[in-house]
Design a binder for this molecule. Structure first.
Ligand SMILES: [Zn+2]
Length: 485
């Protein structure tokens, strides 16, 4: 049980003393504090003369360890001057002696009120002083490290330090692993794949690759103290050849590791990737995606490095939008014949691309005239030049006349040739355009992967259930463009 003292003060002759004692006793019991000493001060008028020796006694008792808490009914009982500075002073003295004041009527006393803020400030100041001291001591230590040209600072994976304080040397614990990491990354293996091999996060792999000292044999150490940065070089045994370091870092710079390529979203890097996600899986009706790129930099089974080679592009089931899991039923087919068939279909199509546009009507001309008029009016109010004024007035007159004489022909819109054919659009278009065209044909006419005599091909026109020959009607390309046969 914690020990405490009660502090009551009453004016002479009042009944207040007993009630204050009662309040303190009840609160102390609730808090599990045993009151071992009472201070009873009588007479408000002689406050200073009576309470200062009492408080000095309290502080001495607390410092002595007789009790740790001083309990009052209200903080003003401690000093009737109702001077917050004085209260803060008392609170501070008691706190610094290792004790605390509990004011029954003010649960927040010494915590959120002014006196409490002072205490907090003082405590913060003390903490700041302490941390300054710590920093000064650290700085002295760092200067010793610098003078020893020893190591200070973070190290990547596979690196550690040894030696006594202020003279630690950095060294590579597993040079073979570091070299292997560089070789894997240099050959384009993904950071996550390298990470898996060494039970590291991809970021740790990156940190190893980025670590200059791996090839320079020098770690640039630095320490900043009060705005002054000290740097020194710590020499280590280099681990990799500069050429390999450079190649691996070049791959990182260019974001060329596999993990960065086409992770979700629309793939952009491979030729003919417009076909990705267009065709349906014949087995599960999921989407077929183009798998291309390079073979892995190392054998999946034996782990031996291999020279990455371009894959034969395949169309493989990528499942449905959310699940993105191959159904496993459709084993995938060579993509090139399918790409060739579709390319041939679009590239030989001389059908006109049509655009939904105004084919009759002149309402827009009237709008243009009104706009010209507004422009002239704005310039009229701005110019100071007499000659320009004359010109503007003349123009204004002319335009007004045209507006008055304008005979409106109602607008009519229809599809009209843009001057471009399907084939031209196909050749001129990038992957996005080609994808849009393929998707539009599929949506309008139907376009499925069909097997015939063990050969996979494309059947267009399946939407009409009448076979490919019935590929008719409008193909809506979006943006008001279409073509029709
Ligand atoms: Zn499937």
């Amino acid at each position: 049980m914690a020990l405490g003292a009660g502090f009551v003060r009453v004016s002479t002759g009042s009944q207040d003393e007993a009630s204050q004692v009662k309040v303190i006793e009840a609160d102390a019991a609730e808090r599990g504090i045993a009151i071992v000493k009472w201070f009873r001060l009588h007479g408000y008028s002689a406050s200073h003369g009576t309470q200062e020796p009492a408080l000095r006694e309290v502080i001495a008792d607390i410092a002595h360890g007789d009790y740790s808490t001083l309990m009052v009914t209200e903080s003003s009982r401690l000093d009737r001057r109702e001077d917050l500075d004085a209260q803060a002073e008392i609170l501070l003295a008691i706190r610094s002696a290792g004790g605390d004041i509990i004011s029954v009527g003010e649960p927040q006393f010494g915590r959120t009120d002014f006196a409490g803020r002072i205490v907090t400030l003082v405590a913060q100041h003390a903490n700041a002083e302490k941390s300054k001291t710590v920093k000064r001591e650290t700085y002295r230590g760092i200067m010793m490290i610098r003078d020893n040209r020893a190591h200070h600072g973070p190290l990547p994976a596979f690196w550690a330090t040894e030696g006594v304080r202020y003279a630690k040397r950095a060294w590579c614990q597993d040079p073979a692993a570091v070299v292997d990491m560089y070789e894997r990354v240099a050959s384009g293996e993904s950071l996550s794949s390298v990470g898996r091999a060494y039970d590291r996060y991809p970021q740790s792999v990156k940190n190893v690759i980025r670590f200059d000292a791996n090839h320079t044999g020098v770690i640039e150490c630095s320490y900043t103290h009060e705005g002054q940065t000290e740097t020194w070089a710590h020499e280590v045994e280099p681990v990799v050849e500069s050429a390999l370091w450079w190649r691996a870092n070049k791959v990182l710079d260019a974001n060329l590791t596999e993990s960065r390529a086409n992770k979700g979203g629309r793939p952009v890097a491979w030729p003919a990737n417009w076909i990705s996600g267009i065709l349906d899986c014949p087995e599960c009706a999921g989407k077929l995606f183009l798998q291309a790129g390079l073979t892995p930099a190392r054998d999946a089974r034996t782990g031996k490095p291999r020279v990455p080679r371009p894959r034969t592009p395949k169309l493989r089931c990528g499942g449905h939008a959310k699940q993105r899991l191959a159904c496993g039923e459709f084993k995938g087919i060579d993509a090139q014949p399918i790409i060739d068939v579709l390319t041939g279909m679009f590239a030989s199509d001389t059908t006109d691309i049509l655009a939904f546009q105004r084919v009759a009507g002149n309402a827009h001309e009237l709008d243009e005239l009104h706009a010209q008029l507004r422009k002239i009016q704005a310039r009229l109010s701005a110019t100071e030049d007499d000659e320009e004024l004359d010109t503007l007035v003349a123009e204004r007159k002319a335009i007004k006349a045209r507006i008055e004489g304008h005979v409106i022909v109602p607008d009519r819109f229809d599809y009209a040739p843009t001057g471009q054919t399907v084939a031209q659009m196909w050749y001129a278009g990038d992957d996005t355009v080609k994808r849009g065209m393929a998707r539009a044909v599929k949506a309008s006419w139907g376009m499925v992967l069909a097997e015939d005599d063990g050969q996979w091909g494309i059947a267009v026109g399946t939407a009409s259930h009448n076979g490919p020959a019935e590929a008719r009607g409008i193909v809506d390309l979006g943006n008001g463009l279409c073509f029709r046969r």
